[in-house]
Design a protein around this ligand. Structure first.
Ligand code: ADP
Length: 358
């Protein structure tokens, strides 16, 4: 029988085609939704405008919130207008915050379909660049001072005939040369620890670390009139790089001795504490003023420049300690009271296998 719409077979074919169309629409819709979700969640921001410059899409990362968004929109308006005219452009936008942010905005025309802006948050990259530039400026300054002093001392020495004066000048030259050499040694150590990451991953007993530290510092402590007590390792061990750990504890003890007056005490001890080993270096020294305590781990930061210089400090010791702690998944903290002393605690997490292996 032939119906109004043709034969039954034709009707079936139309129905099948309709079903196919429906499933294609479902697939296309799902694809569109997936794409929209990807654009929305992308870590870089996207803004798309149509041919008339009307905004048709703005992803999550391009929505900055009130004040920052006003500044972003000002920049976008100009750049997208140029992009609609066919120009490709890029601009760096600094937002002074808080939070401080640096955005890199790139705009491109979409070939008669409007224009698009890509917004990349490069704040972290900009921060690292600033830290690096700062660091280089600091190194230059740290090396320039003793090298300058060396030049002046050498010039004076050349014009001098008095043997006693020559002796004194040579002594000063030696100490300036040691200063340059100590700074370079610490810079190399810091970069080795920074680049080397965690380094070796062996079971390191604290008894061994303490043994090396005691051997290294016994004589300087004695000379400084400071009693050095290095406790037993208490059978504790951590997984890590022995050289790095010795370097960290050694830097803490070196400071403790340097910043403790004659007659004082420096004690090094270890204890297990909630899934970690805590190494404490405690002194009865000059202490650290509260206003400086958050900054002492920064490279080249010194509370008392003169004392640091007189005792051969480079300003890098605590930066090295902090790096070693980070490399071992741990942290270093300090409690201090001016005039009473300081306790630095190096906390290194231990896994179950390490426990009881020393
Ligand atoms: P430095 O080579 O100058 O000792 P560090 O990075 O080791 O550099 O230490 C940074 C600063 O922190 C020191 O200059 C000093 O002012 C302060 N400091 C570190 N350890 C102690 C301590 N045990 N007691 C008092 N001040 C300390």
């Amino acid at each position: 029988m032939k119906s109004l719409f043709g034969s039954r077979a034709e009707l079936d074919r139309l129905r099948r085609e309709l079903d196919e169309c429906r499933s294609e629409i479902t697939v296309a819709r799902a694809r569109e939704e997936r794409l929209a979700a990807a654009v929305e969640m992308a870590p870089i921001g996207l803004v798309v405008v149509d041919e008339a410059g009307r905004e048709v899409l703005r992803s999550r990362a391009a929505r900055l919130g009130s004040h920052a968004e006003v500044l972003l929109d000002e920049a976008l308006e100009e750049l997208l207008r140029d992009a609609l005219g066919g120009a490709i452009a890029q601009r760096r936008l600094e937002l002074f915050g808080p939070p401080q942010r640096v955005l890199l905005i790139s705009t491109v025309p979409l070939g008669g379909h409007g224009a698009m802006a890509v917004i990349d948050d490069v704040s972290e990259r900009a921060r690292l660049d600033a830290v690096r530039t700062d660091f280089i400026a600091n190194i230059s300054h740290e090396l320039k001072t003793p090298v300058g002093a060396l030049a002046v001392l050498a010039e004076t020495l050349v014009d001098n005939d008095d043997l006693a004066v020559a002796h004194r000048l040579a002594g000063k030259m030696m100490s300036e040369a040691y200063r340059v050499s100590a700074t370079i040694d610490d810079l190399l150590e810091l970069s080795r620890i920074e680049l080397g990451g965690r380094g070796e991953a062996e079971v390191v007993s604290l008894a061994a670390v303490f043994g090396e530290v005691a051997a290294r510092h016994r004589l300087p402590a004695e000379t400084a009139g400071v009693t050095l007590q290095v406790g037993p390792g208490n059978g504790l061990a951590v997984v890590g790089d022995r050289l790095q750990l010795v370097s960290a504890v050694s830097n803490l003890v070196d400071n403790a001795v340097k910043y403790t007056d004659r007659g004082g005490t420096v004690a090094v001890r270890a204890q297990a504490a909630g899934g970690a080993v805590e190494i404490e270096v405690c002194d009865t020294g000059v202490g650290i003023p509260a206003r400086d305590i958050d900054r002492v781990f920064e490279r080249f930061y010194r509370v008392d420049r003169a004392r640091s210089r007189d005792t051969g400090g480079t300003g890098l010791g605590l930066a090295i300690v902090r790096h070693v702690a980070n490399n071992h998944g741990g942290e270093v903290s300090v409690h201090s009271r001016e005039g009473e002393g300081s306790t630095f605690t190096l906390r290194i997490p231990i896994d179950d296998e390490t426990e009881g292996t020393a």
